[in-house]
Design a protein around this ligand. Structure first.
Ligand code: R5P
Length: 241
């Protein structure tokens, strides 16, 4: 049986595929919502849609193979038309936390090289303030203990990520530190502070990168765009200022 959470991912993934046009070069994000997107995209490719994509993780590359989505890489093309990806948290200024699945570095490189960045989430990911979800920070293994100390001094508690009792290693051979800030009041500043630290490769804050967010609930898919969030934004029964 398909759970409500899975259903919401399927709904938003199906809608997102409508944003893909013939001939586009795509950035293909990572995570469970993207799994459904890749499946949908594969069906469109089967029907004759002509696209190529750059995957943001080995897992997404596997899905592309499974669903017959043609892949390319940055040696072939350095500008993408559209990148599509999930997120762990989205605030009302369209700033994101990503990296719950550990793919944040490649996701950021791919999103930065795309003309448009489309984020697909269900409504549970929309927050007033980022930070309830622990912020993933990718660090080089060498001296990670020192880097961790420096990050802690920015006001968080952190844990090095593990997977089934083993230290988690990213597709790039690095570690992930999951940092509990609780409420990130100035995401832009925190992003800069983290990136100024030696040993930090990237962090999961995606600042001023998102063009559009598709948000699914069980009845519909809503669109949140940059223009809308400058003033007051209504989302369902919640009104944000
Ligand atoms: O590293 C993982 C990515 O940033 C994902 O896009 C993010 O964790 C959301 O994943 P999901 O769609 O599984 O909630």
């Amino acid at each position: 049986m398909v759970s409500n959470a899975e259903q919401l991912k399927q709904i938003v993934a199906k809608e997102a595929v409508n944003y893909v046009k013939d001939g586009m070069k795509l950035g293909l994000g990572s995570g469970s919502t993207m799994y459904f997107f890749m499946k949908e995209l594969g069906e469109r490719v089967q029907d004759g849609l002509n696209v190529v994509g750059i995957p943001t993780s080995n897992k997404t590359a596997e899905w592309a193979k499974e669903f017959n989505v043609p892949l390319t890489d940055f040696s072939e093309t350095q500008e993408l038309d559209l990148a599509i990806d999930g997120a762990d948290e989205v605030d009302l200024n369209l700033q994101l936390i990503k990296g719950g699945g550990g793919a944040l570095l490649r996701e950021k490189v791919v999103a930065a090289s795309a003309k448009e960045f489309l984020v697909i989430v269900d409504e549970s990911k929309i927050v007033d303030h980022l930070g309830t979800f622990p912020l993933p920070v990718e660090v080089v293994p060498f001296g990670w203990e020192v880097t961790a100390k420096e990050i802690t001094a920015l006001g968080c508690e952190l844990e090095r990520r593990t997977d089934n009792g083993q230290v988690y290693v990213t597709d790039n051979g690095n570690y992930i530190l999951d940092c509990k800030f609780d409420k990130i009041l100035d995401p832009e500043k925190l992003n800069k502070d983290l990136q100024s630290l030696v040993g930090v490769v990237e962090n999961g804050l995606f600042i001023n990168m998102t063009s559009k967010v598709l948000i699914s609930d069980l009845e519909q898919v809503k669109v949140m765009e940059k223009e809308e969030v400058r003033g007051q934004f209504n989302y369902g029964s919640r009104t944000f200022n």
